[in-house]
Design a protein around this ligand. Structure first.
Ligand code: ATP
Ligand code: MG
Length: 460
């Protein structure tokens, strides 16, 4: 309604007030590929895309929308509707605190249309660009489908992007097959119009510096620049739910990100051993859980008071087996919490041979402690690769703040690198009091709700 037929551009005089105003390139080259940016960096510029009606002089607003393109959305074509429904629910939830949006899906594309003016589209875009299940996104304007309007709108919205470059190309697609112009005609004619406005430009169909894309759909013409890569993956929740073992380190937030990407909804469990571990260490873990809600969505963080089982193992087991025994004990408790929460797997940040408890032999012993599958998405990754992802998801700076973890206290100087399951079972048989302490710890576990809308409070 706010976008009227036949409006003329009034933008050429007000350079920079229109179109992507450079934002597109910040998304494309900056934080998306290199690691997430900060809120303030992205959400600050509220742009009004106004055009002036030449006869009435009224300012109206171009309606800018976000389009999300499906990636790998279905298990070989099955369940497509379920995937799309899940996706729309997630997108609606992410946008709820940004403004009123209409979210719908047609022709494998998700549309996010603001239903009020003054919506912060930069913030909206930032939020949905981190939603798993979208292979690519774009920001577009919608206009009426007559050719003159398309030309003017393309120039208003994207004209500033055509300054300072030499080659471009127009791409046109017609979902509305009743449209009087064919796609090649549209490309040619719109290309000619834009060349008329920017006579230094040349068309390069193979390797253009910028693409102007027009899609003629039933409801209107959608005009946008090049697509921006999304996070890919599958909508969170479509693969079930798992319990992620979250320490304060670099690895486990990355593990959570990787599994959420494959469609798992996650809760987190953290083992704390006060007074050996501090309240600060716990707050740090909470902050990490908070930081990754932009990918995982809201989650529960379960904090297990683990001091007693841990002291008991320290006092009653051979030193060299301490770490593996403790990890088995943690897994058993995680198993209890997971089943209570309807989680079908455990997730850890273990990486093969990173430390003594992550050798194949040690992992075999850990696996045998309980009956849920343990997913270890980092098992084949180098630390440098893990750190790269950690920077991408913006957890690195928090992860490297100093903290004490229960896994690192009481650790023997020379843990056994190839523990045998028999000796582990024998050591456990000599600890008759452990099961009751583990049950008590599970019982006294604290639940902290971590909401995507909450602010990260921890600053180190
Ligand atoms: P991270 O970098 O994530 O802290 P790490 O390099 O410290 O991992 P370990 O201490 O051996 O490795 O732990 C391996 C995995 O065990 C972690 O990635 C995490 O999934 C889990 N884990 C370790 N400590 C805890 C804890 N206190 N609470 C919950 N899970 C933990
Ligand atoms: Mg690790």
């Amino acid at each position: 309604t706010s976008f009227r037929h036949g409006l003329r551009r009034a933008s050429s005089l007000k350079e920079g007030a229109f179109g992507y105003s450079g934002q597109l390139f910040r998304y494309a080259k900056g934080p998306i590929s290199e690691g997430a940016g900060t809120e303030g960096d992205w959400g600050s510029s509220l742009r009004k895309l106004s055009i002036i009606n030449p006869t009435s002089g009224d300012a109206t607003f171009m309606k800018e929308i976000i389009m999300g393109y499906q990636g790998e959305m279905s298990l070989k074509g099955l369940n497509r509707n379920q995937f799309e429904a899940a996706m729309m629910k997630i997108l609606r939830y992410r946008l709820k605190t940004v403004g009123r949006f209409k979210v719908y899906c047609t022709q494998s594309t998700f549309y996010m249309e603001p239903e009020e003016e003054d919506v912060d589209m930069d913030l909206a875009f930032e939020r949905v660009s981190k939603v798993f299940g979208l292979a690519a996104l774009s920001r577009a304007v919608v206009c009426e489908k007559d050719f003159d309007t398309i030309c003017q709108t393309a120039e208003d919205y994207l004209g500033s992007e055509l300054h300072g470059i030499r080659t471009f190309k127009v791409e046109a697609r017609r979902a509305d097959k009743t449209y009087p112009m064919t796609s090649p005609e549209l490309m040619r004619e719109l290309g000619a119009y834009l060349l008329g406005k920017h006579n230094y430009l040349k068309v390069d169909v193979h390797n253009p510096q910028f693409k102007v894309i027009v899609e003629i759909r039933d409801y209107g013409a959608y005009i946008h620049g090049p697509k921006i890569p999304g996070e890919g993956g599958l909508p969170v929740g479509t693969s079930g739910r798992a319990l992620n073992m979250l320490s304060g380190g670099i690895d486990s937030p990355v593990a959570a990100y990787r599994m959420a990407k494959r469609g798992l909804a996650l809760d987190h469990i953290h083992f704390a051993s006060p007074p050996y571990t501090s309240e600060r260490a716990k707050l740090k873990v909470k902050a990490l859980a908070q930081l990754i809600t932009v990918y995982t969505g809201s989650a529960n963080l379960f904090v297990v008071p683990y001091t007693k089982p841990q002291e008991y193992i320290r006092d009653n087991a051979p030193d060299v087996l301490f770490t593996v025994l403790m990890r088995r004990s943690m897994m058993r408790i995680a198993n209890v919490i997971a089943k209570k929460q309807g989680c079908e797997a455990l997730v850890t940040g273990e990486s093969l041979a990173q430390v003594a408890s992550q050798t194949v032999k040690a992992l075999q012993c850990t696996d045998a402690a309980q009956d849920l599958p343990i997913l270890r998405p980092l098992i084949g990754m180098d630390k440098t690769e893990i750190i790269e992802t950690s920077r991408h998801i913006n957890t690195f700076e928090t992860s490297i703040l100093p903290y004490e973890d229960c896994c690192t206290i009481f650790t023997p100087p020379h843990p056994k690198i190839r523990p045998e399951l028999e000796e582990i079972l024998a050591a456990e048989a000599a600890m008759p009091g452990l099961a009751a302490l583990e049950a008590e710890a599970a019982e006294q576990t604290e639940r902290i709700r971590v909401r995507i809308t909450d602010q990260v409070e921890f600053e180190g």
